[in-house]
Design a protein around this ligand. Structure first.
Ligand SMILES: *Cc1c(COP(=O)(O)O)cnc(C)c1O
Length: 460
């Protein structure tokens, strides 16, 4: 036994072999050495287990090939393109909004060279990055002024720090939301140096609840969009205009955290209930916040729009520097906002809105094409079936979008095993398991991705 163990070479000796040379060149000596050490440990364990097993030939491919596979695996990007076949359009775990080509081009222009990010080309003086999008946001929402930060959570943090620090924020108990990732409104309020004053009940809050809670410490009435749940049934809440009037009479600021926030009417998409930013400002709300990468269909960003006074307090707040938007997101945001203006049509040109507005009848042939490609290859069996898609991103949580999917089965693999294989491929695919079948919803699969999706399925 000790003899066999003694014949196992040292890592250094293996690193000097011809087979190691090109691996070292590609992956570096430390990485190759680390993989060799693991491989030798395996060999040693096998010998200890059974001294009669022959040692591998350390000069031949069967010993080196798995090492190379491991090294290739390690250099694959950790952040990868995946195919979203879940039917959830704004999928928070899958990167939310895919960007329009115009936005991708804008990122690439801003990334690859210098830009006038904070430079005023007309005066040659220092400029502000926020002017890149402020006028566009005002034009699209009717706001007097606007500002953008890193994301909507940052926007809420900034708005409360700037308007409520040292005072009280009145919020309905029905709107004390957790957004996800433990970002809870009550904690954000406290963190911003303000005190939370809860009013009303979970299902009902009246205007008089707000006014009765108002005293000389009150700074803000805060509304938040209950974006990831709904309270239905025996409910009541004052209208925005009533609340705005009461806030202004008392010298307070009315702030609304919208989360998703649509810029255009989504009736055509069947999402008539989703609040539109312009209408909310018209109702008298002083400041609204919403995400760049939910229904807007742009990059991660938090947009604040409202009155000049409400926005001015944000622009001069020291937190703004820490929450600021980066130039690549800003470039993509500007390009996305321009898709809402002529000659563009946002429902056609913003990918998220295009996916939401596709009719089920248009999706059925797409699912049929996919099923055909899969059945022709004969690896899995595919049937075309109706499926429920969702907007996601906290917009209209219960509203189902009628959609079509391919339901996959495999003779030897369970739905779970099939899902694992598809996640593991070179082009990972994420689907949805129901009734022991893996469903691939085509609403969120672009025409360009469709052949890749079929290939991935046929390669499981
Ligand atoms: C999603 C959401 C946020 C957070 O937005 P991010 O851009 O993800 O930071 C805040 N408020 C509401 C109501 C939301 O739905």
């Amino acid at each position: 036994m000790t003899d066999a163990l003694r014949r196992i070479p040292q890592v250094d000796a293996l690193l000097r072999k011809n087979c190691a040379a090109s691996l070292i060149e590609h992956y570096g000596r430390p990485a190759v050495g680390a993989e060799l050490r693991k491989a030798l440990q395996d060999v040693r364990a096998r010998v200890l287990h059974d001294p009669r097993v022959p040692l591998p030939d350390f000069d031949e491919p069967p010993f080196w090939a798995p090492i190379e596979t491991q090294l290739i695996e390690q250099t694959r990007p950790n952040l990868r393109r995946v195919i979203n076949a879940t039917g959830v359009v704004v999928h928070t775990n899958l990167g939310r909004s895919p960007l329009a080509q115009e936005a991708i081009d804008a990122i690439s222009r801003a990334a690859g060279g210098y830009s006038n990010l904070e430079f005023d080309l007309s005066t040659g003086q220092r400029g502000s990055r926020y002017r890149v999008v402020e006028d566009l946001i005002c034009q699209l929402t009717g706001a007097e002024a606007a500002l953008v930060v890193n994301n909507c959570a940052a926007a809420v943090t900034l708005a409360l720090a700037a308007h409520a620090a040292g005072g009280e924020v009145v919020v309905s108990r029905g709107e004390l939301i957790e957004i996800g990732g433990s970002f809870r409104l009550p904690e954000v309020i406290t963190q911003g140096g303000a005190k939370l004053r809860e009013v009303g009940a979970t299902n009902k809050t009246r205007l008089s609840d707000y006014t009765a809670a108002t005293d000389e410490d009150t700074r803000v009435y805060l509304k938040s969009h209950t974006s990831n749940y709904r309270i239905v049934g025996f409910t009541a809440a004052p209208s925005r205009s009533e609340l705005a009037e009461a806030a202004h009479t008392a010298g307070l600021v009315l702030i609304e955290d919208l989360g998703s926030g649509a810029l255009v009417n989504l009736d055509a998409v069947g999402m008539a209930d989703e609040p539109i930013v312009r209408n909310i400002l018209n109702d008298g709300v002083d400041l609204v916040m919403f995400s760049g990468d939910k229904l807007l269909g742009g990059p991660q960003a938090g947009i604040l729009a409202g009155t000049s006074a409400a926005v001015a307090a944000l622009k001069s707040h020291p937190l703004l520097r820490a929450l600021r938007i980066d130039k690549l997101s800003l470039a993509a945001l500007e390009a996305t906002l321009r898709l809402y203006l002529p000659p563009h049509d946002p429902l056609r040109d913003v990918p998220v809105l295009r996916m939401l507005s596709e009719r089920a009848a248009q999706l059925q042939p797409k699912a049929a094409r996919l099923a055909q490609d899969i059945n022709d290859a004969g690896v899995c069996r595919a049937t075309v079936t109706e499926h429920e898609a969702y907007a996601g991103g906290g917009a209209l949580p219960q509203q189902v979008l009628d959609s079509w999917a391919v339901a996959l089965t495999h003779d030897e693999l369970t739905a779970n095993a099939l899902a694992t294989r598809l996640r593991d491929g070179s082009c990972p695919v994420i689907g949805h398991i129901a009734q022991n079948k893996l469903h691939l919803d085509v609403r969120t699969v672009t025409d360009d991705d469709l052949p890749h999706l079929a290939q991935a399925v046929n390669a499981v």
